[in-house]
Write a protein of this length. Structure first.
Length: 579
C-alpha cells in the first residue's frame, strides 16, 4: 500500500497553475497530424504529475514504481526519466507489439532502472506476472483506444496498482481526418455499431474514458485539460485506484494462510523469529516457528527438527502438507551461525558445508512436498554481504552466512520455480525493531531479489552495465600491435589480483606452433595456485610451468621450422602453458 506521506492527491489547479505553463501558446502549438502521438501540453502535465509525486515520495523506505502501457501507434513521447534518479524509481514499459518492444529496448538500453516486457491486453498477463499492488503509477499512453476489452485491461491495471495508485490516460479526441486516414489503412480501426454503414471511431472522448474508469472501480477521475479548454485535441485523464477494503495481507486466502518461520538453533535467530511472529499476528497472519539444529529446547509455540537428518526433513514435509491452508510465505532465518574464531580453514569449510546443506535440504524438502503451489521463500541473514552505504565489508564478516547467499544464487538457477528472495540485515538496533523492519520489507518488497537493509538505507544488489567498447582491443588490433594477452596475478591469495597483461608476440620456435585460442578451461590446479596453496616451485617442472591454464582448443595461426604435420588454419586441441 502507498504510504500516507506520498502525495498522490493531485488537483488539476495545482498542475495547470504552474507559472511556467503558457497554456495559450501550448494550445496554438497543438499538433493535428496523425503521426504525432503527444503534445507539449500533455508532456508538461505528465511531468508535473511525476514531479509532484516524486517530491513527497518516501524514498528512504520505498522505490517509486511506474508502468507504461504502449504500442506502436503511440507512446508517451515524454522524457520523464531524466527527473527520476535510478536510485529511487523503477520504470517498466509494457509493449503491446513487436515494434514498440524492440524500439523501447534499444532506446532505454543504458537505463538500468528501465525494464521492457510484453503485454497482451486480451490475456490476463498482468495478474499472472506481477504482484498485487506492485505499481504506484500506470500510464496509458495513446495505445489502448483500439482495444475491444478495455474493461478487462482496467481490471488488470487495478490489480497491479497500489491502493490510491494513479492511472494516467494520455489520449486524443476522435476527429474525421484521423479516422479517414487510419480507417483506410486499417479496417480494425473501426468499432462496429448497430448500423454497418456507420462504423464508430476507435478513439474515445474524454467523457467515455472517465465513464469506463469509474465503471471499473476507479475513483476521483478528472480531465485535467478541461481546466484549460474543453476543445483541446489532446487530453489527460487521471484517476485513482480505490483503497482495498480490509487488511490487504489477509486477502491472500479466504480461509487460513500460514507463514512458516524456519530458524537455526542460535538464540538470536530464534528470538527474531518470535518477534516476527508477533508482528505477523498484529496483521492477522498465522505463523509457525520451526527450529532446526542439534541441541534444541522446545516449547509449546515451536516445532523442533534437524534438517541435516532424513527424519527432520520428513517432519518438515509432513508439517507443510498438513497445514489447514497454504503456506503463503516461507522465511528461513539464519542471522547468526556458529561463532567465528581463529580456527583452521578446514573447520570453516566444514561449517560452511553444514550451513549450506541445511538450506539445500530445506529447499529439497519443500520441492518434494505434495503442495499445489510453491510459496515464495525468503532467506534472512545478518552481516553476510557488504554494507549498503559504505560498500565495505562488515566489521566481522561471517563466512558461514556469506556462503548462504552464494548458495541462494545457485538455488535460483537450479530451481527456477521457486521465488527466492534474500535479505541481509545490517541494523544496529533492538531485535524487536529489526523484526519490524524485516516484516515491512517482506510484505512491501518491490520485486528485488537481493536486498540489504541497514539503519539508514535499503539497497539492492544489481549487475550494472558498463560501456567498455572504447577499451576493448579487438583481435585485428592485437595482430596490428603484434601483442597477445596472458592471465597472471601479482600476489597469490585472492582472485582479485588476476590481471590480463599484454605480452609481445613472439615468432614460433623450432617445432612450435602458434594457436589462436578459442576455448580454454581453468582447473583445480589453477585455483590452488592462485589461492597460494600450491607454490610455484611445484609447477615449474610440469608441462605448463608456473602459469595459469594448461589446455585449450583453437586454430593454428603460425608455425615454426620443422613442423610438418600441422598447417596454418588447422583446428587443434592442445596442452600448452599460459593458455
Amino acid at each position: 500500500e502507498l504510504r500516507e506521506s506520498a502525495n498522490l492527491s493531485l488537483r488539476a489547479e495545482d498542475i495547470i497553475s504552474d507559472p511556467e505553463l503558457d497554456s495559450e501558446r501550448l494550445q496554438d502549438e497543438m499538433p493535428k497530424a496523425v503521426d504525432k502521438p503527444s503534445s507539449r501540453l500533455q508532456g508538461h502535465i505528465i511531468e508535473q504529475i511525476i514531479n509532484t509525486v516524486n517530491q513527497s515520495w518516501p524514498k528512504e523506505t520505498r522505490r517509486l514504481r511506474i508502468a507504461e502501457i504502449r504500442n506502436s501507434s503511440g507512446n508517451s513521447g515524454i522524457n520523464i526519466l531524466s527527473g527520476l534518479p535510478e536510485g529511487i524509481c523503477d520504470y517498466e514499459i509494457l509493449a503491446m507489439d513487436d515494434y514498440s518492444y524492440s524500439h523501447a529496448e534499444e532506446l532505454y538500453r543504458s537505463n538500468l532502472n528501465v525494464t521492457v516486457s510484453r503485454f497482451d491486453p486480451e490475456s490476463s498477463g498482468l495478474e499472472q506476472k506481477y504482484k498485487e499492488g506492485e505499481f504506484d503509477i500506470v500510464l496509458l499512453a495513446d495505445g489502448l483506444h483500439g482495444c475491444d476489452v478495455l474493461r478487462d485491461v482496467f481490471t488488470q491495471v487495478s490489480y497491479i496498482l497500489a491502493s490510491s495508485g494513479l492511472m494516467v490516460v494520455l489520449e486524443r479526441r476522435p476527429d474525421r481526418m484521423t479516422d479517414l486516414n487510419m480507417g483506410l489503412l486499417n479496417s480494425d480501426w473501426w468499432h462496429r455499431s448497430s448500423q454497418d454503414d456507420f462504423p464508430i471511431s476507435s478513439r474515445l472522448h474524454p467523457e467515455e474514458w472517465m465513464y469506463l474508469l469509474e465503471d471499473s472501480g476507479f475513483v476521483d477521475t478528472i480531465n485535467i485539460t478541461d481546466e484549460i479548454s474543453k476543445d483541446l485535441h489532446h487530453f489527460v485523464v487521471i484517476s485513482k485506484r480505490s483503497i482495498r477494503t480490509g487488511n490487504h495481507i489477509t486477502q491472500i486466502d479466504e480461509h487460513t494462510s500460514t507463514c512458516l518461520l524456519i530458524t537455526n538453533d542460535d538464540a538470536e535467530s530464534a528470538e527474531i523469529a518470535n518477534y516476527l511472529k508477533s508482528e505477523m499476528f498484529k496483521d492477522g497472519v498465522n505463523s509457525k516457528i520451526i527450529i532446526s539444529g542439534d541441541n534444541i529446547s522446545t516449547s509449546n509455540d515451536t516445532v523442533s527438527l534437524n534438517l541435516l537428518e532424513n527424519e527432520g526433513q520428513e517432519k518438515l514435509k509432513n508439517i507443510m502438507e498438513g497445514l489447514d491452508g497454504p503456506a503463503f510465505k516461507l522465511i528461513y532465518i539464519a542471522t547468526k551461525e556458529e561463532k567465528i574464531s581463529r580456527t583452521s580453514s578446514q573447520n570453516i569449510g566444514q561449517g560452511v558445508s553444514r550451513t549450506n546443506t541445511r538450506l539445500c535440504n530445506f529447499i529439497n524438502t519443500i520441492t518434494s512436498s505434495d503442495i499445489n503451489k510453491l510459496p515464495p521463500v525468503w532467506l534472512v541473514t545478518s552481516g553476510a554481504v557488504a554494507d549498503s552505504t559504505s560498500l565495505k565489508w562488515v566489521a566481522q564478516p561471517n563466512p558461514y552466512l556469506s556462503g548462504l547467499w552464494t548458495m541462494g544464487r545457485v538455488i535460483r538457477n537450479e530451481y527456477p520455480d521457486i521465488d527466492l528472495r534474500m535479505i541481509d540485515l545490517n541494523i544496529n538496533s533492538s531485535l524487536g525493531q529489526i523484526s519490524k523492519l524485516l516484516w515491512h520489507e517482506i510484505m512491501s518488497g518491490d520485486g528485488e531479489e537481493e536486498v540489504i537493509v541497514s539503519d539508514k538505507n535499503r539497497s539492492a544488489i544489481r549487475l550494472q552495465k558498463c560501456d567498455i567498447a572504447s577499451e576493448v582491443i579487438t583481435h585485428d588490433r592485437l595482430v596490428e600491435l603484434n601483442k597477445i594477452y596472458q592471465l597472471e596475478f601479482s600476489k597469490a591469495g585472492s582472485i582479485d589480483n588476476l590481471r590480463w597483461n599484454a605480452k609481445q608476440r613472439q615468432l614460433p620456435a623450432l617445432d612450435d606452433v602458434e594457436i589462436e585460442v578459442k576455448a580454454t578451461g581453468l582447473n583445480f590446479r589453477d585455483i590452488m595456485y592462485t589461492s597460494g596453496l600450491l607454490p610455484p616451485e611445484m609447477l615449474e617442472g610440469g608441462l605448463s610451468g608456473a602459469t595459469l591454464g594448461l589446455e585449450c582448443s583453437g586454430i593454428i595461426t603460425r608455425k615454426g621450422e620443422g613442423v610438418e604435420h600441422f598447417e596454418i588454419g588447422d583446428e587443434v586441441i592442445a596442452l600448452a602453458p599460459a593458455c
